[in-house]
Design a protein around this ligand. Structure first.
Ligand code: DX5
Ligand code: ZN
Length: 217
C-alpha cells in the first residue's frame, strides 16, 4: 500500500487566520488543499466563493482540490480554473450531462473529479470509469464539517476499488467526511488513495503532527 495523499479541508480552518492555517498546510506533509464550495441549494449551507479561493491560491504551495457542492456546476468551470483550482470535482447528483462536464473540466486544464453522496450507488460510475481522475466518495452527507462517519463507506470504497482496477483506470479514490485515526486505516485497507480531513486536523492540538500521523499510516 502506498502512503495516502492527505488533503486537509480548509472548511475547518480559522477564517480569521486563514493565511496562518494555509501556511501550516504548506509546511506539513499534506499533499492537497481541499476546498469546499457550498451554494445553500445543493447543500443546506453556504461556505465561500471565488475571492477566498483566489486568496488561498496566492499562498498555497500545493494543488487546490476544489469540491463543488453546487447545482449546475458546469456553469462555473472556467471561473474556478481562473480562481486557481487544479482538481475540480462536481457531484454526480448535480450535473445532468456529467460526461460533458468532465470533458469541459479537462479541456479547461484541470483534473476532473466526481463526488458521490452517501445514497448514490457506485455502479452509476461504471460508464465514466475511464473519464474520471478522482472519485470523491462522501462518507457524510455533504454540507458540514465534523459529522459522524457513515460505516457503509468501507464497502462502497472496496466495490469502487474493484471497478477501477478491473478497468485498468488510474482514477484515485478520495474519502471525504469523518476521517480520523479510527476510520483512516480501514479506508486504506478498502483501497482509498486520498483522505480529506477537516475537523480531525484543525480540531487537534498539533495539526502538523496529526497530518504526519495520517501520512504515515
Ligand atoms: C463536507 C465537506 C468536507 C468536510 C469534511 O460537506 O465536503 O470536506 O470539510 O470535514 P470533516 O473531516 O470534519 O468531516
Ligand atoms: Zn469536501
Amino acid at each position: 500500500m502506498n502512503a495516502p495523499l492527505i488533503a486537509p479541508s480548509v472548511l475547518s480552518a480559522d477564517f480569521a487566520n486563514l493565511g496562518r492555517d494555509c501556511e501550516m498546510i504548506n509546511s506539513s506533509r499534506a499533499d492537497w488543499f481541499h476546498v469546499d464550495v457550498m451554494d445553500g441549494v445543493f447543500v443546506p449551507n453556504i461556505s465561500f466563493g471565488f475571492p477566498v479561493i483566489k486568496s488561498i491560491k496566492k499562498i498555497a504551495k500545493k494543488p487546490l482540490d476544489v469540491h463543488l457542492m453546487i447545482v449546475q456546476p458546469e456553469r462555473y468551470i472556467q471561473d474556478f480554473k481562473e480562481a486557481g483550482a487544479d482538481i475540480l470535482s462536481v457531484h454526480i447528483e448535480a450535473s445532468t450531462h456529467l460526461h460533458r462536464t468532465l470533458a469541459a473540466i479537462k479541456q479547461a486544464g484541470m483534473k476532473a473529479g466526481v463526488a458521490v453522496n452517501p445514497h448514490t450507488h457506485v455502479s452509476l460510475l461504471e460508464d465514466l470509469i475511464l473519464d474520471m481522475d478522482v472519485v470523491c466518495l462522501m462518507s457524510v452527507n455533504p454540507g458540514f464539517g465534523g459529522q459522524k462517519f457513515i460505516e457503509n463507506t468501507y464497502a462502497k470504497c472496496a466495490r469502487l476499488r474493484e471497478m477501477i482496477d478491473a478497468a485498468g483506470s488510474s482514477c484515485l479514490i478520495e474519502i471525504d467526511g469523518g476521517v480520523n485515526e479510527e476510520t483512516a486505516p480501514r479506508l486504506l485497507e478498502a483501497g482509498a488513495d486520498v483522505l480529506v480531513a477537516g475537523n480531525y486536523v484543525f480540531g487537534s492540538k498539533n495539526p502538523l503532527a496529526t497530518i504526519e500521523g495520517l501520512k504515515s499510516l
